[in-house]
Design a binder for this molecule. Sequence first.
Ligand code: ZN
Length: 518
Amino acid sequence: MKNVYNYVAVIGIDGMGNFNKSADTPCMDRIFANGAYTYNAMSMDPTISAENWGGMLLGALPAVHGLTNGYISAHPYTDEGLPSVFKRIRNAYPDSYLASAVNWEPINIGIVEDGIGVDKRTADNDALVTQAAIECIKQKPKFLFVQLDEVDGAGHHFGYGTEDYIKKIGETDALVGRMYDEYVRQGIADETLFICIADHGGNSHSHGGWSVGEKFVFLAAAGRYVTPGEIEYAVTKDISAIVLAALGIDVPEYCESGFSSQVPALICEGAPGYRIPAEKPPVAHEASPGFKAPGGLGDLFDDKLRLCMYFDNDSADETGRCSVSETGSVKFYSNGVRGETAEFGATGSYSVGGLSFDKSFTLAFWLLADSDLPEPAYVLGNKSAEDRRDKGFAVFLRNHSLMTVIGCGDDDTDSVTAFGADGFSGWIHVILSFDYEKNEVRCSFDFKAEHTEITEKRFIDSVSCGSVFTIGDDAGSEFNRKRGLIFRIDDLLVFDGADDCVISSKLKEYYSRKAAIC
Ligand SMILES: [Zn+2]
């Protein structure tokens, strides 16, 4: 291929997402003034560092490379079936100088192979990483990879998108400028393809979910063969193909279960580009209809509904009757039953004020669980899972069943409802009724027959003596967090009264109208 560069630099800014849109970035503005760019390149799900840096340097989906933050910090990368872009360059240019300068060391441990002659530098802060990168640039690296980490640190600390976080992007911009200027000083800027990219963004104080702030990232390229303009589609894993194409190395055939990195439009003149239909950003599922709109839940149930949470990227109670507070950081994903869904447990939980359980009530929610939970997870309830004196109720998700515990530790009773012979995968709808008149706890899945557990007055009475209602963990957020248990819930509803078939039949119709019922 013609139009080959002698050098490629990829400067990765951890956790920046596309928040540089709101930051003062004179250096990147100058560098990419005639470049190709997009603020809507896709991070990969989950929006976590190892999954995405790994995807960039290996050219594969997270499900293919399997790397996680914990894994790469302790395991040198050795997979010969999916070599890193460094190794591919090494094979093509045996004598070339290659360098990787990072703040987050696991990249140099668990993504870039040992023994292939990469000059690996790790430094404790971004200024030192920049200094190390500049020393590398003086040796004219065929490929230089740099990872700066402090923007992500500022996001975790101050919150993504906050003033202090945006300020950190501005400071990081100056470091990018220093590295670029070294290419100019060395007289090789003309022969270099210079790229900036983020691995993921963030939402509130964390990332890993699939919200707007987390999934979109900035990608920009400057170089003599770049066509100026806005790139339509790009995914973080495309970095590998871009680097190979720019250096004149054959890009491996696209293979979804292997190397699936492609060259986005505009970046490399003459490169094959996207060889399968462009990967469009995932389409968001239809969001929940308006609460008060005709046919909406507020319209269908009126005052009977005491709490209604859609989890569409927020913790709002649509009824406006309850107050919700967050512990940790609940994550959101776009693949809920309707719109987004929330991931609870070790990552975060909610406690809900304004609910009492002194009369019959019904809970309805969608639950997504795999069957790989190492232990039962606390889904919701109003009792501690660990303090045995605590009264109230607690609902646990087990691998093949749901378990409701009521009473206090020395005098409690549990009711287990199995998901059925066909097992449990995907979303399942749960209706749980606490009937104070009949002394019953009734449970049904996917609007099918109820499982009835007849209990005793003293148990059902103890439900009203619980503490605050929590979703995603027990009171104090101890149980799931300690055990690292996570799961997803969508559309949580709390009704007055036990289900008299009216609730379930209305809900069945509501969900069958617009959402698939498993
Ligand atoms: Zn990251």
